[in-house]
Ligand binder design. Structure first.
Ligand SMILES: NC(=O)c1ccc[n+]([C@@H]2O[C@H](COP(=O)([O-])OP(=O)(O)OC[C@H]3O[C@@H](n4cnc5c(N)ncnc54)[C@H](OP(=O)(O)O)[C@@H]3O)[C@@H](O)[C@H]2O)c1
Length: 227
């Protein structure tokens, strides 16, 4: 399958939380890490989030803190629950937004969103959500060679679970939340040799945060497959 190079990028607390238990995550990382996130956005063809992040954070998914052009915005939303007031649709933004959905989405809602200028991709369903392999292949066919995924937890976990992510850029903030939304959920890994391994790692201080940048390698029959 042809797919874009996939970078997962997010900010987490030292104890591995992406957000508080009420879903608040702005901002876990410091201002310097936010600039880094915008630089990463500018270096990718497309940027993707799940519908949970859209509901909680209403991100614009644009490049504002550094020079550079906005990547294509992609939202994974299997029921097309996105509201017209979402920042990725307002003020002409819809033209640069792709909504990846399933046949569960009402046809009339699809038509409304297309009328706003958004591109709606109706894709097969897998495990109760959009089939991510098909989505990546579809984005690749549309010229997306690099995709940055900013979250949230369910989407990041699903991409790791399906071994579709190639690179990880994680901002680790010197904060602890205890209970909260864990950055990465169940990956179905029981044995340590099956852990996803990080290689070509770099650790860079960024303000008061540390940024880990690494390639991902997946265990395959006792050996590792490197991205
Ligand atoms: N710290 C950070 O850097 C950071 C970054 C981003 C988000 N966040 C936080 O993360 C939280 C949201 O995370 P979340 O886990 O609730 O939501 P999410 O991962 O943003 O979105 C998950 C939703 O996407 C849709 N989806 C469709 N197909 C999917 C698939 N194959 N795999 C996974 N999801 C699929 C599903 O909703 P439908 O059924 O509606 O399609 C699913 O519930 C918020 O609190 C936000 O603030 C933090």
């Amino acid at each position: 399958m042809t797919k874009p190079f996939v970078t997962l990028s997010y900010a987490q607390t030292l104890d591995g939380r992406l957000a508080t238990r009420s879903g608040s995550s702005q901002w876990i990382g410091g201002p310097e890490s936010l600039v880094l996130a915008h630089r990463l956005r500018a270096s990718h063809d497309a940027i993707m989030v799940g519908s949970g992040t859209l509901r909680h954070d209403n991100p614009r998914l644009t490049v504002r803190l550094v020079p550079g052009s906005d990547p294509l915005r992609v939202v994974v939303d299997s029921g097309l629950t996105i509201g017209d007031d979402a920042a990725v649709l307002r003020d002409g933004a819809a033209r640069g937004t792709v909504l990846a959905t399933t046949a569960r989405a009402p046809v009339e809602r699809r038509t409304q969103l297309e009328a706003l200028g958004a591109t709606v991709l109706v894709l097969p369903e897998k495990a109760g959500g959009v089939d991510l392999q098909v989505l990546l292949a579809t984005l690749s066919a549309r010229g997306v060679a690099s995709l940055m995924v900013e979250g949230g937890a369910r989407l990041l976990t699903a991409l790791l679970h399906e071994r579709l992510a190639d690179r990880l850029v994680v901002c680790i903030a010197p904060k602890m939340l205890g209970s909260g939304i864990e950055a990465i959920g169940d990956l179905g890994i029981d044995r340590l040799p099956d852990a996803i391994a990080l290689h070509a790692t770099s650790w860079t201080p960024c303000g008061s945060d540390m940024v880990l940048d690494a390639r991902l390698a997946y265990a395959e029959g006792g050996s590792m497959l490197c991205a």
